[in-house]
Ligand binder design. Structure first.
Ligand code: NAD
Length: 505
């Protein structure tokens, strides 16, 4: 192994744990291996679940006062801030984000979002008393929110730290133990988060990280009888499989899956905002975001004008060194993903669509290595084409025509997905009316990618189950318990007579 390639281990029960096998972590911009990670197996998943269960039962985190959990989590958020540059660097090299995007989103959102969950631990209504009731017997009732137990967090490579925090944050705030399964291509920022958690006082076993292939390690966590909840972000087919595996022990699940977001450009849109905004909505992080707006619906009579302006602006996007603040667009995550995107573009050409910008690997020696695709605009797309129906996960904007508003809404909703949608318009009443008709978990009017930790995020239809973030985020990581306290000591006031017909003598 070359001396500059650092090896990383899993994190189980507060200790680093190696395995005989490892996976290479490559910089997607160059294809070069810069680190390796232990490849875990089912036995590591089992060890992590066992450690998580033991820690949960011991109560040193699960029964800690919420305010004390909050304090530890605030320190963790603070540490993310202090290690910001190192985390940005790790993310850029593992998942190919540009430094501007990693700074703004991938790592930029991490500390504030963790802080949101720390604050929820403080403000959440853990217990509430219902007013005393006199009938049928004098009683008082308490409603409690209690931790679930062991939560598994299965996380993809696109925003590993952030999407991990969306699961680990509410799980820890509620007093659960966690087993994290990152994608093997980009596990290092989450590994660092586990170490930070321990350094800030999270007890051993409360947070564990197991690496390894999804179909072995991830699947084991999804089916494990001692895991109470699985939270997953990734593709819809894997989400379906996780739902099936989790059903064996009727686990709680939350799934955040694929998308095929439609951006509806209305004829009254401010085109300066809408053109730049549509490209931002689709091309950010090379289109590898589940909520990207990958279908742009344009009025028939504005189609040529809009396409010309899109091509003009998208031609100016700069590809290159991901560590350079001047770079706009980085690579895709892997050779497999690049080839998959090229396959979708072949399918678009074969079905009669036109590629008016990009469509291949960029020219130049810099792009010969690594996994690059040019920003691509596909026109004359109809909604039944594969390129309009499948989640491409690349910098590919499909431009479709619509006849009238009803047609735009019909096409926008004609998809198995329902994660995001949006409207570009200067008429807010019209835009809000359309937003109400769009079957998606988030609708942006005149913007995209606006994700706020205080507001719920998740999908309609096959884009998922449940919501992450928002003021109710801890509901997904707690069980609700009703405790009835009967205050009646006179046996004749009780309704035991429903069983015992003989009065007490
Ligand atoms: P994926 O769904 O295969 O992987 C996501 C996570 O699930 C990874 O940690 C993986 O190891 C794990 N996993 C895979 N198979 C599993 C199984 N059988 N049981 C349990 N866990 C399993 O995603 P991918 O292969 O990285 O990407 C493929 C496509 O998925 C992309 O092209 C894109 O369309 C979509 N995707 C969506 C998101 C999103 O944020 N919604 C993120 C990544 C990928």
């Amino acid at each position: 192994m070359a001396p500059h390639i650092r090896h990383h281990e899993m994190f189980i029960n507060g200790k680093h744990v190696d395995s005989p096998e490892s996976d290479e972590i490559r910089d997607p911009a160059t294809g070069e291996v810069f680190a390796t990670i232990a490849r875990g197996d089912v036995e590591h998943a089992d060890a992590a679940v066992s450690a998580a269960r033991t820690a949960f039962e011991a109560g040193s985190w699960s029964r800690l006062a919420p305010a004390d959990r909050s304090k530890v989590m605030r320190e963790m958020a603070d540490r993310i801030g202090k290690e910001f540059d190192e985390l940005v660097d790790l993310e850029i090299h593992a998942n190919g984000a540009t430094v501007r995007q990693a700074t703004a989103f991938h790592i930029g959102y991490a500390a504030p979002h963790l802080l949101h969950f720390a604050e929820l631990a403080d403000s959440y209504q853990w217990e509430r008393q219902v007013p005393t009731q006199a009938y049928p017997t004098l009683s008082t009732n308490v409603i409690r929110q209690e931790p679930l137990g062991v939560c598994a967090a299965i996380v993809p490579w696109n925003f590993p730290l952030l999407l991990g925090i969306w699961k680990i944050g509410p799980a820890l705030a509620a007093g659960n133990s966690v087993v994290v399964k990152p994608d093997e291509k980009a596990p290092l920022t989450l590994l660092r988060l586990c170490e930070i958690a321990q350094e800030c006082g999270v007890p051993d076993g409360v947070i564990n990280l197991v690496t390894g292939p999804g179909p072995t390690v991830g699947a084991r966590l999804a089916e494990h009888p001692d895991v109470d909840k699985v939270a997953f972000t990734g593709s819809t087919p894997v989400g379906r499989e996780i739902m099936r595996l989790a059903s064996g022990t009727v686990k709680r699940i939350s799934l955040e899956l694929g998308g095929k977001g439609a951006q509806i450009l209305l004829d009254d849109a401010n085109l300066d905002v809408a053109i730049d905004g549509a490209l931002f909505g689709c091309m950010l992080y090379s289109g590898q975001i589940c909520e990207s707006g990958t279908r742009l619906l344009v009025p028939d009579d504005m189609y040529d004008l809009v396409v010309d302006r899109l091509v003009d602006r998208a031609s100016a996007l700069k590809l290159g060194d991901t560590t350079d603040f001047d770079t706009d667009v980085g690579p895709l995550i892997s050779a497999r993903q690049r080839d998959r995107v090229l396959g979708f573009l072949d399918s678009a050409r074969a079905s009669g669509a036109k590629i008016v910008l990009g469509g291949g690997v960029p020219h130049g020696s810099r792009f010969a290595e690594g996994y690059w695709i040019e920003p691509t605009i596909v026109t004359e797309v109809s909604n039944d084409m594969e390129v309009a129906r499948e989640e491409i996960f690349g910098p590919v904007l499909c431009v479709l025509r619509y006849a009238d508003e009803a047609d735009a809404v019909r096409q926008a909703n004609d998809t198995q997905y329902g994660l995001s949608a949006g409207v570009w318009s200067t008429d807010y009443e019209r835009a809000i009316d359309i937003a109400a008709q769009l079957r998606a978990g988030t609708v942006w009017i005149n913007n995209w990618h606006q994700i706020d930790a205080a507001l719920p995020f998740g999908g309609f239809k096959q884009s998922g189950v449940g919501r992450e973030l928002g003021e109710h985020a801890l509901d997904e990581y707690t069980e609700t318990k009703h405790v009835h306290i009967d205050l009646t000591q006179r046996v004749e006031r009780h309704i035991f007579g429903a069983l015992l017909s003989e009065p007490l003598r």
